[in-house]
Design a protein around this ligand. Sequence first.
Ligand code: FMN
Length: 187
Amino acid sequence: MNVLVVFDHPRRNSFCGAVLDRFVDGLQEAGHKAEIADLRAEGFDPRLGVEDEPDRDAPGKIYSPAVLAEQARVTRNDALAFVFPVWWWSLPATSKGWIDRVWNRDWAYGARKLTHNKALLIGLASADAGQYAKRSYDSAMQTQLVQGVLNYCGIEEASLELLHGSTGSESGRSGLLDRAAMLGRTF
Ligand SMILES: Cc1cc2nc3c(=O)[nH]c(=O)nc-3n(C[C@H](O)[C@H](O)[C@H](O)COP(=O)(O)O)c2cc1C
């Protein structure tokens, strides 16, 4: 499959960037092709302005050139993955805004939905699984992102993988890198 991997971190040389590298290695080992969308490095503007505002009274509205270019990038891939640090129990603002603007009305929901085979969210989490479960942050993210965004936009095979302990020990982080590679190999 051709997989668009959306990366949202201020630094490509972060631990999150290392997770991205290992995930892409795994995809390639399994015979997939990865196209990386490094939203921060590319300067993507996450703010939804008037030109991209969904308009119920204007079916077939043509969105901004920036959004059309992103939609072309999404369309030319069969599957999607997101690699990001969990910030406040959710996506960071740039990937949230990328979805706000690009997954627009009558393209990703409404008259038309996405037709991708699958989508995987890989979130790096500083807190451990017990801390997430204690206040149901894990199920909240599942509901909001997997059901509320990916399933809602037509992608049935969708999942969230949290890599817990992203700010922890070197050996723990090394295990997370191995898990990222495995997620690529088994994508
Ligand atoms: C603004 C901000 C909010 C964060 N919110 C959370 C959070 O809600 N849950 C969590 O487990 N970690 C949270 N963290 C920790 C990050 O997930 C962690 O720093 C990151 O995964 C480490 O990877 P990096 O070194 O590549 O940035 C937050 C960090 C920042 C900067």
